[in-house]
Design a protein around this ligand. Structure first.
Ligand code: ADP
Ligand code: MG
Length: 406
């Protein structure tokens, strides 16, 4: 196993990382109400009486949100708990009209699972590694406070209030910022394949609380700090690098780490203290009396399992075994569902390796150069396939094909 070390002034250190990822469940309605969830709507236009916590309103679980969380658990080979329950997490804040968040502490929907991050030399990952997932539970999102609209007042937008989130909690298994970035990338890829979350981090659909501690190699875990709501993969890497150095600096000066909640400032590339860490007992959790426990029968679980789509790891194996691709090429092609779909459309009825070369080197290369995503490609799979056919039947040379592609 690769050992990552950070060189300090007094010797070597190891960083330990665990991520708590909040992923917004893809669903037309909220977790406990029928209000819409569309991104970018006018403030407070998607708020039902339940979301605004009007007295006497009762939550009704949205079956689709529950299904999506269970499917996500299945995709990481996790234990699906056939009996789970909602709890109230009590705290007061202006973006939380209920005065509590409905979440799951004691009996989450999904238990232990894992996912594999790929080896990728270029990304600082010499070998593949399995990262444990502790649990996945579902919970309500809070509203959004806007402090920059008025000199003396803050506004609140409750459109997000009550939207279903999956909280996906990893074990403290990551040992470098590159591993954490790869974990987040893989998780995003999986939820996109499943269609359980759109994975759009810039819209806040996926964000991570990044737990970081450092230790001397071979020693037990150190005290961690939790960096809240980091909303890009690059920032996750930067926050970890900064935070590990900060903690090492303190420890090497003879100080100790206070367990606290911190914020990452992307402009400065620094983390700063937000508040001291709260414990579960600070939230006075108790079972939500308005909701019955969730109970799944074998048929419900079996049907969801049978209907899971092909996921990136399986697709990769198939590309290598059936289409003769190298492991590296297969990894590139399955990394995003959109790329895999495009590639499969080009490769259908054609030589898999030739199609892979065109998609990876020519198409992705050109898009990359222009800073464009695959969705913006001006060349359709049918057009690219057509070029490959023209070479094959001898109508044009490889050189002309390249010109034609350009
Ligand atoms: P909480 O709910 O209080 O934030 P948990 O014990 O559930 O705490 O852990 C939250 C996250 O912190 C998990 O992702 C876990 O892997 C990570 N974690 C726990 N201990 C450490 C540690 N010493 N260093 C880094 N991460 C840690
Ligand atoms: Mg936490």
């Amino acid at each position: 196993m690769t050992e990552y070390r950070i060189q300090g002034a007094t010797g070597e250190w190891e960083v330990v990382i665990g991520l708590e990822v909040h992923a917004q469940v893809t669903s037309n309605a909220k977790l406990f109400s029928g209000a819409a969830t569309e991104f970018g709507a006018e403030p407070n236009t998607q708020v039902s009486l339940v979301d605004a916590a009007m007295p006497g309103m009762l939550p009704v679980p949205n079956r689709e949100c529950i299904r999506q969380a269970v499917r996500t658990g299945m995709a990481i080979d996790a234990q699906i708990n056939k009996w789970s329950r909602f709890d109230r997490k009590n705290y007061f804040y202006a973006d939380l009209p209920q005065g509590y968040q409905i979440s799951q502490l004691y009996h989450p929907l999904v238990g232990e699972g894992s996912l594999t991050i790929e080896a990728d030399e270029k990304a600082g990952l010499p070998e593949a590694k399995v990262i444990g997932v502790e649990r996945i539970h579902v919970e309500q999102d809070a509203g959004k406070l806007m402090h920059d609209q008025h000199p003396t007042m803050s506004y609140v937008d409750l459109n997000r209030s009550g939207v279903a989130l999956m909280e996906i909690v990893s074990k403290p298994d990551m040992r470098s910022s590159d591993e954490a970035k790869a974990y987040m990338t893989k998780l995003r890829s999986i939820v996109r394949y499943l269609g359980t979350c759109d994975g759009n981090m810039d819209e806040g659909s996926m964000r991570a609380d990044v737990n970081v501690s450092v230790r001397r190699p071979g020693e037990g875990f150190g005290t961690r700090c939790e960096i809240k709501n980091v909303n890009s993969i690059r920032f996750i890497g930067q926050a970890i690098e900064y935070e590990a150095r900060r903690q090492i600096g303190i420890l090497e000066d003879g100080g100790s780490i206070d367990q606290e909640t911190r914020l990452f400032d992307p402009g400065k590339g620094e983390t700063r203290s937000m508040r001291s860490k709260e414990d579960a007992h600070d939230y006075r959790y108790f079972p939500d009396p308005d909701l019955l426990p969730l109970e799944f029968d074998n048929e419900f679980v079996g049907k969801l399992l049978a209907d899971l789509p092909e996921l990136p790891d399986d697709k990769k194996i198939r590309f290598v075994k059936d289409l003769g691709l190298s492991v590296y090429d297969a990894s590139v092609l399955v990394s995003e569902k959109a790329i895999a779909d495009y590639y499969e459309a080009v490769a259908a009825g054609r030589d898999g390796k030739i199609a892979a070369n065109w998609v990876i080197n020519d198409l992705l290369g050109a898009l990359n150069k222009d800073g464009k995503a695959l969705e913006e490609t001006p060349v359709s799979p049918a057009q690219l396939g057509g070029i490959i056919d023209l070479i094959k039947d001898g109508t044009i040379s490889g050189k002309i094909a390249t010109d034609l592609f350009e």
